[in-house]
Design a protein around this ligand. Structure first.
Ligand SMILES: C[S@@+](CC[C@H](N)C(=O)[O-])C[C@H]1O[C@@H](n2cnc3c(N)ncnc32)[C@H](O)[C@@H]1O
Length: 264
């Protein structure tokens, strides 16, 4: 693992297509409901990606508020700049979750959706999050656990082999079920854990299943563990199954609402 999220311009656009899907939009709405940003709030969007997240939170905090989106990927930030251009309350900058470009106790709320599972050092990113949050401030951290993936296939052995090899695409493919102790260790209080389950019964553009299948095929082309031919056969299984109307895909992301306790 190591370079899964080192996007070039075309890969960033491909990822942007995933964030346009109804399932991704519904997840962002769910995260915003948990985060409950208020007009005037200062919010940090960690790993803001193509900018849907800071733009939508920008609408919620209004002109009196401020959203600072940070991402380590310049091609992602380019997309985010286009998307957030009409919103003066949103600023964007290149930065790392491990060394957040924000002063101590300077933000009311923060959000990190599907970012921490890609970091080598989750504990130091969580500690950075704790540093920048104001006492009483809150955050939502959302990560997957790939064990939650139920993906029907006519060839279960091949499916198991491919998913097993795909586990290497990020350092923490099970982080979604392991975050609470890491958050508490950093001094944050865990208030709520909400599952966000995506279910698809069609394999077509716009579904999460379709885009994950493409992502796995592309990953396989660059990484020997699966191999281009095996990945193609695996995807063909899924396409043929879909033609028979037998697609079933279910995947759960876990969203943690936390706050930084006020000291007495
Ligand atoms: C899967 S995308 C999620 C995008 C966004 N949070 C959303 O849900 O719409 C992960 C993003 O995290 C960014 N990222 C990965 N590692 C990072 C790091 N160490 N610091 C900052 N951003 C990072 C990637 O460049 C990518 O844009």
């Amino acid at each position: 693992m190591g370079d899964t999220l080192d996007y070039d311009e075309a890969e960033a656009r491909q990822e942007e297509a995933i964030y346009r899907t109804p399932a991704a939009a519904a997840r962002r709405e769910r995260v915003r409901t948990l985060l409950a940003p208020e007009p005037g709030d200062t919010v940090l969007s960690i790993g803001c990606g193509p900018g849907f997240e800071p733009a939508e939170i920008g609408w919620a905090v209004g002109n009196e508020g401020h959203v600072h989106g940070i991402d380590r990927s310049e091609p992602m930030l380019e997309l985010a700049r286009e998307r957030c251009a009409p919103l003066p309350q949103v600023t964007l900058s290149q930065g790392d979750a491990d060394a957040l470009p924000a002063a101590d106790e300077s933000v009311d709320r923060a959000v990190a959706v599907q970012v921490f599972e890609y970091l080598e050092t989750v504990a130091s990113a969580v500690s950075e999050l704790n540093r920048v949050l104001q006492p009483g401030g809150s955050a939502v951290i959302c990560d997957v656990d790939f064990s939650s993936l139920v993906w029907r296939s006519p060839n279960p052995e091949r499916m198991a082999r491919v998913l097993d090899a795909f586990d290497d695409h990020c350092p923490h493919p099970r982080l979604g079920s392991r975050l609470a102790p890491i958050l508490r260790e950093a001094g944050l209080a865990v208030d709520q854990v909400e599952p966000n389950t995506i279910v698809n019964n069609r394999l077509e553009a716009g579904t999460f299943a379709y885009h994950l299948m493409q992502f796995i095929e592309d990953y396989a082309a660059d990484h020997g563990a699966i191999g281009r031919t095996a990945a193609r056969a695996w995807a063909d299984d899924l396409r043929e199954q879909d033609a028979r109307g037998e697609t079933f895909f279910s995947f759960t992301q876990f969203c943690y609402l936390v706050h930084k306790p006020k000291t007495a």
